[in-house]
Design a binder for this molecule. Structure first.
Ligand SMILES: [Zn+2]
Length: 500
């Protein structure tokens, strides 16, 4: 941690030196998915962005507690205070218990994140498991006079809050903009002002997701869970709160207001937001027909997709842009990313077979310089595209050694292997062998089938041996060996592994 880490803070709109409150501990809260449908690119980007931050902070010596929630109640349609709960709606349409919907899509989300190489968070709290904490938050805000009751619902009084504290510090919006923007929504209804937002909603009779409270049987407002669960697991003040830029307003703005209204000051030091992904220049949306889920990317099963793309190609594609830049998806861009990743992984394989020479032209100091450049990029607000460009420089170098245009000393070779491995696999989180769709994640079934074919061949070999048909037995073993399978005879039969 000798080198200063710079992070861009949305709150101050500048890069700042990262100074955790309680080093070496770091608390990081990231808004997770609302689990009513399959994850899409809009979920992949924050997951990968904060996975990179999580990996790098740990690598430079911090003990990171990474909390990412599962929203399984309270997120209403159009992110508004009216309309149906997203999960309850899906449950009604599919005639399922809402928790079945939440569990099903939580499992699917985990599978997709695992395929993308994202490490699981340290804690993954569910909104429905923290109703009491959310009610306590609402009560504190009521006690401090920044909320009011209306027909059993509790609303945050933005105008009153804005007189004492400033509303809009994260998004840069002032209260007048917010009022104008919300004017076209349905009437004010129970609220005093359109800018006010729900902390607790009284449930309609048909609403099945409901809990008792001092105010009504109901459910928490969407913004409450992150404030309540962030505070529970990371304390009243913690280091990083993150998510996609689309969450800056209203979600994170409301979280700041809730924190200040309940405890008198903000909870979070660094607000970090990833930029959005567009699809062929357009915002992703169900109505535009360009809404592609991650499982569809992995299978190629969508009219907009030329073919399947491996999870590692998606990851590499996302990491080729800085997290604060926009990314535009197209088949061409993904295919270019796939080629680039293949080039990188081919170089890694070639690197394993390079023989060093004592008087090699590539020496340790030039590899050390390359490694430092990669570090400098990561310390500068996690600049993964710059890291990747340096890894491509390393790829060129490896290829010129393979082509005998250069030679490398033994210590430089070891350092190059170490640098390549550290940045490509440990820090960027790429899995080896992941460029082509057929080698990508989610293909355990395929691997298992291949394994069974090998078993079948080896059983034929065992039979041949039992019949003293040595020619067949040797042929099977030799052919498998030529493909990279190492076969060992044991007293119970055989074992094998693929050395690739
Ligand atoms: Zn959140």
């Amino acid at each position: 941690m000798e080198q200063a880490l710079y992070v861009y803070n949305t709150l101050t709109r500048k890069k700042e030196v990262f100074r955790p409150l309680h080093a070496p501990h770091v608390g990081m809260y990231v808004c997770g998915p609302t689990v009513y449908g399959d994850a899409h690119l809009g979920h992949a980007r924050p997951a990968i962005t904060f996975d990179i931050i999580f990996r790098f902070l740990k690598h430079i010596g911090y003990k990171v507690r990474y909390v990412r929630n599962i929203t399984d109640v309270g997120h209403l349609e159009h992110d508004a205070d009216e309309g149906e709960d997203k999960i309850a709606k899906k449950a009604r349409l599919e005639q399922l218990e809402p928790m079945e919907v939440a569990q099903y899509y939580t499992n699917r989300f985990h599978e997709a994140m695992d395929a993308l190489g994202c490490l699981p968070p340290s804690i993954e709290p569910h909104a429905t498991g923290h109703i009491i904490e959310q009610q306590q938050l609402v009560q504190q805000i009521l006690d401090n006079g920044f909320a009011y009751e209306s027909n059993g619902s509790i609303y945050f009084d933005v105008e009153k809050y804005n007189k004492v504290h400033k509303y809009g510090i994260l998004s840069g919006r002032n209260l007048e903009n917010v009022k104008d923007a919300s004017r076209d929504l349905a009437g004010v209804g129970e609220k005093k002002n359109q800018a006010d937002f729900a902390l607790w909603k009284a449930a309609q009779p048909e609403h099945i997701m409901r809990w008792p409270s001092p105010w009504s049987d109901g459910f928490p407002g969407w913004h409450c869970e992150c404030t309540a669960m962030g505070r529970k697991y990371l304390g009243t003040h913690f280091d990083i709160h993150g998510g996609g830029m689309d969450l800056i307003f209203p979600h994170h703005e409301c979280e700041i207001a809730q924190a200040v209204a309940s405890q008198g000051e903000q909870m979070v030091t660094y607000w970090i937001h990833n930029n959005m992904i567009t699809i062929e220049g357009q915002k992703m949306g169900k109505s535009l027909g360009n809404f592609i889920t991650l499982p569809q990317f992995f299978s190629g099963d969508h009219p907009k997709l030329d073919r399947a793309y491996s999870p590692m190609t998606i990851r590499f594609f996302i990491l080729q842009a800085h997290y604060r830049s926009t990314v535009d998806f197209s088949n061409d861009a993904l295919q270019a990313a796939e080629k680039g990743l293949e080039r990188l992984l081919d170089a890694w394989k070639a690197l394993q077979n390079i023989q060093p020479t004592a008087d090699g032209s590539v020496r340790l100091d030039s590899v050390e310089a390359l490694k430092q450049q990669c570090y400098d990029a990561m310390y500068d607000d996690f600049n993964t595209p710059i890291v990747i460009s340096h890894l491509f420089d390393a790829t060129k170098l490896i290829n010129s050694i393979v082509d005998k245009k250069e030679t490398i000393t033994p210590d430089a070779l070891e350092a190059l292997k170490e640098t390549f491995r550290l940045f490509t696999f440990d820090l960027l989180g790429i899995k080896a062998g992941g460029a082509t769709a057929s080698n990508g994640g989610g293909n355990e079934a395929r691997e298992e089938a291949f394994g069974k074919v090998v078993d079948m061949l080896l059983e034929q070999r065992a039979k041949a041996k039992a019949n003293k048909d040595w020619a067949t037995s040797d042929m099977i073993r030799d052919n498998l060996a030529a493909l990279g399978f190492e076969v060992k005879d044991t007293k119970d039969g055989f074992t094998w592994k693929l050395n690739k």
